[in-house]
Design a protein around this ligand. Structure first.
Ligand code: FES
Ligand SMILES: [Fe+2]
Length: 322
């Protein structure tokens, strides 16, 4: 018998809020099958507008509820039409008078803000331990949402998140100098980083700052000032322990004519260009628990200490669905 292959990364799927769809992808009455956190899930929107997420498997005889339909506020199984409420209880069986008392499906906490739908993932089904605020500029009428980008990447979130604490690679991967002043503050589930410096332009140096706030490992809010005003919503969702679905939404201020600021859009595209340069490196690298760091490397150790709070070992059988 050969031994099972070693996992590529020493991390379970983290706890936190993670995006599972853009809000405008899910009209009232729509149903979508999802595959995230190494599990099959179903996302639906009730006719009154609430987004809900349940485990995909109907406990009656195992049909996939992603093939079901919404009626009013319930999701109807495609197989024998058992009716499921978003909180996981069975709302009715059309051919039975009595509902089995244990007829329940795991319901996942959902919040919706900043144009996306988020699910709280905890390997043991624990309730959310922090709130997820909206991205300020994405709900500001003086700003306009511009480009959206999505990436499927063969890595784990830890590797993507660590990138912004690695100033040296900006020069060698992206061909840009890192911003000289770089601070990171860790505060419970939040992490606030601020990078400031002068960008060279044909008209001389322009002081620029990039401020990022992470809400756990799944959601980042970014805001740039100086060279360009630009805001970015960064969403990373584990598909499984070795694959990540990344979604980005950019927003820029409106010009006097109500159009998107062109310099903001150009700055956003530069972020996309740089991210695409990182992807091939992440997809082939290994994670070193004890890296050989040197002077000039960033606050990687501080970031790693902060991130440990999101790795909770699964302890229940509920947690270990394939
Ligand atoms: S499998 Fe869902 S109602 Fe029978
Ligand atoms: Fe990078």
């Amino acid at each position: 018998m050969s031994a099972a292959p070693a996992a590529r990364f020493p991390f379970p799927i983290p706890t936190g809020w993670f995006a599972v769809a853009w809000s405008d992808e899910l009209a009232p009455g729509a149903v979508r099958a999802l595959r995230y956190f190494g599990r099959d899930l179903v996302l639906f929107r009730t006719e009154s507008g609430a987004a809900q997420v349940l485990d995909a498997q109907c406990p009656h005889l195992g049909a996939h509820l992603g093939q079901g339909r919404v009626e009013g506020d319930v999701l109807v199984c495609p197989f024998h039409a058992w009716r499921w409420h978003g909180d996981g209880h069975c709302a009715g069986i059309p051919y039975a008078k009595r509902i089995p008392p244990k007829a329940r499906i795991r319901s996942w906490p959902v919040v919706e803000n900043s144009s996306a739908i988020f699910v709280w993932h905890d390997p043991n089904g624990a309730a959310p331990s922090f709130e997820l605020p909206a991205h300020p500029e994405l709900s500001d009428p003086a700003w306009v949402a511009v480009e959206r980008h999505e990436f499927q990447i063969a890595t784990c979130i830890q590797e993507i998140a660590e990138n912004s604490h690695d100033p040296a690679h900006f020069q060698f991967v992206h061909g840009v100098p890192s911003l000289p002043e770089n601070e990171a503050r860790f505060d419970g589930p939040r992490q606030i980083s601020e990078n400031r410096g002068n960008f060279e332009t044909p008209r001389g140096p322009v002081e620029t700052s990039i401020r990022g706030t992470s809400h756990g490992l799944g959601v980042g809010h970014l805001r740039t000032r100086g060279l360009a005003d630009m805001a970015q919503l960064l969403l990373q969702t584990p598909v499984d322990a070795e694959h990540v679905h990344v979604r980005w939404q950019f927003a820029v201020p409106k010009t006097a004519e109500g159009k998107p600021s062109p310099v903001g859009v150009a700055f956003a595209r530069e972020f996309v260009r740089q991210f695409q340069q990182d992807i091939p490196i992440w997809e082939k690298k290994v994670f070193l628990p004890r890296p050989m760091l040197c002077e000039g490397d960033g606050p990687i150790a501080g970031f790693r200490r902060w991130a440990t709070q999101f790795y909770v070992a699964p302890t229940t059988s509920e947690a270990s669905q394939p």
